[in-house]
Every structure is written in structure tokens, then in C-alpha cells.
Design a protein around this ligand. Sequence first.
Ligand SMILES: [Zn+2]
Length: 125
Amino acid sequence: MRHCNSVFNAADIWFLLDTEKHFNRRLYLATCPVCNKKMALYSYCDKDKNNFEQMFYSGGADRIKEKVKKDKVSTLLGYRNKYKAPYGFKYGKNVEIKRNGKIIATEQYACDFFGNKVLVKRTDG
Ligand SMILES: [Zn+2]
């Protein structure tokens, strides 16, 4: 997440159910540490695996949270509380998010050998 010339991790990530046209949907939530503005980054893929992102601020962030909360299947905070990450994780995996052939972000996952995967860090750019 990026605001006020500073880059910071999302405070929480909501993992959302797929819709007919949107897959791998997530809502990244954060508060800018500089100006305290509430931020929500809505991210999803289309059927061709193109990644789309939409940023919402303040009241807009509250509205997108209201709108998608019924689709929430799990959250990063819930996962951390449940499993006390990184306990039990076996390896890390980096996934590059591309748009028009350009890398726009890198996502770092913690994986175990049971096929579980959780996003631990996202770096833009
Ligand atoms: Zn800010």
C-alpha cells in the first residue's frame, strides 16, 4: 500500500468469494501511517488472469467494505490468530503480478506441504 510517499503493509486482507466474472478477489485494508487516511485496495482477476486493482479512500473504503463483507471467506488477521503464523510453514513463494506484461507487484506467500497458502507480504512496483 502506498500513500503520502510512504509504503506500508496492509493491516488486514479479506479473501473474497469468486463472482461470475471476478476471481481471486481480495480487499487490502490499511490506514496511512502519515495522514491516518483509511484505505482499501480492491484486487481481482478476470477470466484471462488479468489483475485489476481499485483504490478507495475514507468513506469510499467504508462503502467497499460494506459491499463485499458478505463475500468474505477468511482474513489475514483471522488466519494469524488461528495459526500464529509463521509456525508450521515450510517454505516461501513469490508470485509476480503482471499487467500488460509489466510487473506491478510481488506477492510473497507462506506455504506448507498440505497445500495451504497464505499471503504474508505484498510489494508494489
Ligand atoms: Zn497518507
